[in-house]
Design a protein around this ligand. Structure first.
Ligand code: CDV
Length: 331
C-alpha cells in the first residue's frame, strides 16, 4: 500500500495593519473547512499568519509591539482554529510571532521574541516547534529603504536548530517525517540539508515575500522574485528527496505587495500544485511519500556519497573570503 498523504497549502491574502486576529482566524477557518471537504490531512498556513507582516513597521520600544505576538497557544483568539482541526481531524502548520519567557544563553530568564512555526496535531498538541534561523533585514530604521524589513529588530535568531520528527498525521494517522522552515530559510541549502540528514519527507514552510526588492541597491526584475523562491524550494526538495509545501501571505498589505505563487513540490523537484491568485486560496495535492526513496537511495544516498571532510568551510566560515590570486609565472 502506498504511503500517500493529502496536503493543502492554505494561502492567505493580505491582512491589513488595522485588522485584528479575528479577521485572519475567520478566513483561516473557511480554508480549513474547504481543506477538509477536499480530503486534506495536513494544512499549511503562511509565516506570521495571524497578523499583517508587522516587521515593515518601525517601533522604538519593543514592549509597545507585544500585541503582534502570541504569549500562549491556544489563546481565546486562536481557540477556534484548534476546535476546527479537532473537528476535521487535521494536522496544521501555523506561523506566528512568539513571546517566550525563558532562559537565554547566559541562563537569564527574560522575555524573548521569535518568528516561530508549530505543527499541531488534531487533538491540539504541538508535535514540533521551530524558530526561524535566517532572519533577513535589519535591526534599525533604514533611511535608504521605502519599506522597512525589521525582522532583526523584532526577533532573536531561532535556537531550536532544524528539528525533524516522525509523527502520525491527520485522521488516518500515517507516520510522516516532518520538518519546517520559515520564509528566508528556504533560500539556504544548509537548512534543507540539515533536514535531509534527518530523512525528512515533508517540509512545511510559510513565507511573506515582498513582490519588489526593497533594498534599492540595484534593479531586480519582478518575475525574478518568484523564480528565485521557486528555484530554492524545488532544488531543496530535489537535493534532499522530500516533498515541500510552501505557502505565501500574498497581496497588498497597506499598499505593499507580497507575492503569492504558493507551491507544492515533489522529490523530483517538480511543482505539482500552484496558487494562481494573490488572495485566500487553497491548493491540494496527494503526496506519495514512497517517492522519497528513489533520490535517497541513489543519487542523494548521503551515506555513500557525501564528503563532509571537504565541507569544512560550510560550518567554520560565515562570510565569503576572496580567493588567492593566480599570476602567470612567465610573461
Ligand atoms: N519574510 C522573509 O523572510 N522575507 C524574505 C525577503 C525579505 C527576501 C524572503 O526571503 O522571502
Amino acid at each position: 500500500m502506498s504511503r500517500t498523504v493529502t496536503v493543502a497549502a492554505a494561502q492567505l491574502g493580505p491582512i491589513q495593519k488595522s485588522e485584528g486576529r479575528e479577521v485572519a482566524v475567520g478566513r483561516m477557518l473557511r480554508l480549513l473547512e474547504r481543506a477538509h471537504q477536499r480530503g486534506a490531512e495536513v494544512v499549511v498556513f503562511p509565516e506570521l499568519a495571524l497578523t499583517t507582516f508587522f516587521p515593515r513597521w518601525y517601533t522604538e520600544n519593543l514592549d509597545d509591539a507585544d500585541h503582534w505576538y502570541e504569549q500562549s497557544l491556544p489563546s481565546p483568539a486562536t481557540q477556534p482554529l484548534f476546535d476546527a482541526i479537532r473537528r476535521y481531524g487535521l494536522t496544521i502548520y501555523l506561523g506566528y510571532a512568539e513571546i517566550a519567557h525563558e532562559a537565554d544563553e547566559q541562563g537569564v530568564v527574560r522575555k524573548r521574541r521569535f518568528n516561530t512555526s508549530v505543527i499541531i496535531a488534531p487533538n491540539g498538541e504541538v508535535i514540533l516547534k521551530y524558530r526561524k534561523v535566517h532572519l533577513p533585514g535589519h535591526a534599525e530604521f533604514a533611511t535608504h529603504r521605502k519599506v522597512q524589513h525589521l525582522e532583526k529588530r523584532y526577533f532573536e535568531v531561532g535556537n531550536l536548530g532544524f528539528p525533524v520528527v516522525r509523527a502520525p498525521v491527520g485522521r488516518a494517522g500515517l507516520d510522516v517525517n516532518l520538518g519546517m522552515l520559515i520564509c528566508n530559510d528556504r533560500r539556504w541549502p544548509e537548512a534543507w540539508r540539515v533536514l535531509g540528514l534527518q530523512q525528512v519527507e515533508l517540509v512545511l514552510l510559510g513565507y511573506n515575500t515582498p513582490a519588489v526588492n526593497q533594498d534599492n541597491r540595484g534593479f531586480e526584475a519582478h518575475h525574478l522574485r518568484v523564480l528565485h523562491s521557486q528555484l530554492a524550494i524545488q532544488s531543496g526538495c530535489y537535493q534532499n528527496a522530500c516533498f515541500g509545501v510552501a505557502v505565501a501571505k500574498a497581496g497588498k498589505e497597506d499598499g505593499f505587495e507580497l507575492f503569492g505563487h504558493s507551491i507544492i513540490v515533489n522529490p523530483q523537484g517538480e511543482i505539482i500544485a500552484m496558487a494562481t491568485t494573490w488572495d485566500d486560496e487553497l491548493i491540494v495535492a496527494d503526496c506519495n511519500l514512497d517517492m522519497c526513496e528513489l533520490g535517497r537511495t541513489t543519487i542523494f544516498n548521503f551515506e555513500k556519497h557525501r564528503r563532509p571532510e571537504a565541507y569544512g568551510r560550510i560550518v567554520e566560515q560565515v562570510g565569503s573570503s576572496a580567493p588567492p590570486v593566480w599570476k602567470p609565472s612567465k610573461s
